[in-house]
Structures are given as C-alpha cells and as structure tokens.
Design a protein around this ligand. Sequence first.
Ligand code: 15L
Length: 272
Amino acid sequence: MSGPVLLTGAAGRIGTWLRGGLPERGWAVRCLDVVPVADVRPGEEHLVADVADLAAMVDATEGASAVVHMAGISGESTWPAIRHSNIDGTYCALEAARLSGVPRVVLASSNHATGYTPRPAEGLLTEADAPPRPDTYYGVAKATMEALGSLYVDRYGLDVVCLRIGSAFPEPTSTRQLSTWLSPADTVALVDAALKAPSPGFSVVWGVSDNTRRWWDLTAARALGYEPADDAEVYAEALIEAHGEPDLTDPVHARVGGEYTTAAFDAEHFTA
Ligand code: 15L
C-alpha cells in the first residue's frame, strides 16, 4: 500500500504510542493534531488542524493510504464539546477519506459505546452481544462513530474497523483495569492488524490485552490478525493489595462502562 497513514490525535496518549510503533511495523505516518506535537521525530510529517474542519481534513487525507482516527475528547464532557470534537470530528475523518479516495479508516471507538451492557453471568462477551448502549455523551459519540462507520462502508464501500478500546494506559491502575487494560504494545498491534486485514468491510472489535480476567471476547479481533502479547495479571497482586478484591456486583465491575455508568458521570458534573 502506498501513501502514508494519516494519524489524527497524534499528540495524544495513544497517538504518541502509534507514532512510535507504526513506523516500526513499516507504516509511514502523517501526524495531525489540533495542538503541535511536542517531540517531533526525524522523518515525521506534521499538520496542525482541527479534525472537525472538513477542508483541512480533505487536505490532510490527500494521498494517504488509510486514516487512523484517534482524535477527540478522551472522556466525558459537555454536549457541545463532545458534539464538536467527537461527532463532527468523526464525520470529517470519514467524509474526508471518502472525498480523497482513502480506502480504509480505523476508528477509536470505546467500551463506553456499550457501557450499560451487563457483564455476562459466565463466559466472554462478544461484540454481537453488545450493541450500542452508551453510558455518557462520550459513549453516544462512540456509538455514533460506529454508526457513521457502518454507513460509509455500506454506502461508499470503504473498509472501516472500529476498535472498542478498553483502558489504554501505560499500566492498569485499578482492579477494573485488570479486566479492561489494553497495553501500549497491544494498542500498536491492534491498529496494525486493523490496517493490514484483507478487506475487513465493517468490523467492530474489542480492544483489550489478553488479560486473565478479561470478559470481552477476542475472537473477532484475532480474526483481523491481532495477536495480543500482554496480560494485566502481572499487576494483580499489587492492585488487589491496594484496593481489595473486585466486588462483581458493583456497577464498576458489573457493567462494561464501569464508573462511567455511575452517578458521578451525570451531566451536571461536567461544565464547559
Ligand atoms: C475510555 O474510552 C477513555 O478514553 C479512557 O479515559 C478510560 O476511561 C477508558 O475508556 C476506560 O474505560 O477505562
């Protein structure tokens, strides 16, 4: 495949991991963020633009082989802020890809698109068992992202892979994250697989490491070619000593979205 991958949200946490990891896997990366990247690396191409600016996004996607769309607010916020960055931003990423003839878009969805989904009594939860059931405005934007992705596949024939990312942090910091952690290396492996999978059409997969305590099924992600290497269990002893054994009846552990489904995430807690 010729042409660089346009990486939106390149200055963010996941964007920074991908700027390191994708070139190691052979991808040329064109970086875009609304703020300049602090530590520009040799050979990197950089653009500063708002992802919700369609004209700028059309310019940015010109000649790209794929878009990896990581930009957006990374948690709950006010409706206007979410609508601008996360809903308009996703529309512009997809529409710019269509207008520029970019055949594939990888979207950073989230477990919060399905946050009110209960943990299954036993076994693993597949993506098909978790249709959109958002827990926040943030989750609504991620459910909208998946719906927009589906539209651009059916109507315009793009390939769109939605990654329902769990907890993408350097290491797990809570007992919930013993189940939901997606390590930096596995984040790169998952995006690489989403870029390489032959003709995925429309695909929605959980983004989680191979955690001993995970309850999200990885069959669909593995079918794309994802081979996770990490397991949060190495952090279990320390986290359980600090926080106690997880209470599986607590919404934080009993629902996909964890704390996002609790009253602490009611709208009045978020102001402009
Ligand atoms: C997400 O989607 C957020 O971006 C991140 O900040 C965490 O809240 C994560 O989900 C999670 O569920 O742990």
